[in-house]
Design a binder for this molecule. Structure first.
Ligand code: SF4
Ligand code: SF4
Length: 359
């Protein structure tokens, strides 16, 4: 099938071009994929979506025609565009982020901590939190983990999804962890870090057991940006355009029980032993990072990945600047190269400032 020059073309609404400093990406939000495209094609798509290709050709010199035809052959062959005589019937996706709840996700850190999990879960339910990450930095046996998860084993619990990080421990056999997953439909992943090798086990109709050689020391291990962590879907894309892609809708309890937006940020809003999450949320500063988007962050604002990449406000290249690029990102949108952030000599002072422990 070849492209049609005299029928208007439309980009599928969930294929969104994003221009960067040096190149663009076409974010395919339905197929969770990105395609690198030249910025010149981003410009054409922004300007001419809903027009005939012949009108683009008319607006350009003959020298450009071959390239323009190549672009559209590629877009059509890969199902990014379609042709229609009624382009007005296909409006763009509304960039409106809506959620019924103020809090959408929580991080709960544990390091031989003394707070009461029952209270933590009951508080999370009171703020209607559905997704939680439990990060254990000290050894925990699978039976202790089972008792903690059992606290949620009520039909009425609104917590839908639990992701658990635990350190590798020979005594927690794969069999035991698998049993835990099978018994608790709410657990989506158990990530066993500092393991001898990296392996993934998909448990049928349940979650995943992921063994990784990577180590997590404590909350300071968080915030690493790499392409494997990009989230390509419409919810994340729209949220990233309007809000901070990590901290919006997040509440955390650090290993000492302090209630925070993120465990790595020093500001806290009381302790879970004596305070409620609702009170913490009502503090005027609790949401101070929620509205910082990638479009406002230095360097990220020029990056083609800005609406699929997560952000990190806890570790910044310039700790004194709230709009500084995440420290743990090694991507340069001006050269399109990735490098190891932790060995970049320009970052050494800041790594020391945050007292980060590197692997
Ligand atoms: S702000 Fe950074 S450290 Fe905090 S949760 Fe997000 S990525 Fe992790
Ligand atoms: S420069 Fe910013 S948006 Fe781009 S990959 Fe790094 S952190 Fe993400």
């Amino acid at each position: 099938m070849s492209i049609k020059l005299n029928i208007p073309f439309k980009l599928f609404a969930d294929c969104i071009p994003v221009k960067g400093a040096n190149r663009g990406v076409l974010c395919d939000l339905q197929r969770s994929n990105i395609e690198f495209i030249p910025n010149s094609l981003c410009d054409l798509l922004h300007k001419y979506d809903g027009y005939e290709i012949s009108s683009i050709l008319r607006d350009h010199t003959k020298n450009d025609h071959e390239t323009i035809i190549e672009y559209f052959d590629f877009l059509y062959a890969n199902d990014f565009i379609f042709f229609t005589k009624t382009p007005n019937l296909f409006p763009p996706i509304k960039m409106e982020y809506k959620t019924a709840f103020e809090i959408t996700n929580a991080i709960i850190d544990f390091n031989k901590s003394s707070y009461d999990f029952k209270k933590v879960f009951s508080e999370l339910e009171k703020v209607s939190c559905k997704h939680i990450q439990l990060r254990f930095f000290s050894k925990i046996q699978s039976n202790e983990l089972a008792s903690i998860i059992n606290l949620l084993n009520r039909k009425s619990s609104i917590i839908q999804n639990i992701k658990i990080f635990i350190p590798y421990n020979l005594q927690n056999t794969k069999n035991n962890l698998e049993k835990l997953l099978k018994k608790n439909g709410r657990i989506s992943n158990i990530i066993i870090y500092n393991a001898p090798k990296t392996e993934v086990y998909n448990i049928k109709y349940q979650g995943k057991l992921l063994y990784t050689i990577k180590n997590i020391i404590d909350e300071r291990s968080c915030g690493i940006i790499n392409a494997n962590n990009f989230v390509i879907n419409s919810n994340n894309f729209i949220e990233s355009k309007k809000y901070n892609s990590c901290l919006n809708g997040k509440i955390s309890i650090d290993a000492l029980g302090y209630i925070k937006n993120c465990p790595s940020i020093s500001e806290h809003y009381g302790n879970i032993q004596n305070n409620t999450l609702k009170d913490a949320l009502s503090h005027k500063d609790f949401k101070k990072y929620w509205n910082i988007t990638k479009d406002e962050i230095d360097i990220c604002k020029d990056c083609e990945f800005r609406y699929i990449c997560t952000d990190c406000r806890a570790y910044r290249e310039n700790p004194k600047d709230e709009f500084s690029k995440p420290l743990k990102c090694g991507y340069n949108p001006y050269t399109n190269e990735w490098s190891e952030w932790s060995t970049n000599p320009l970052k050494h002072e800041t790594i020391k400032y945050y007292n980060l422990i590197l692997d």
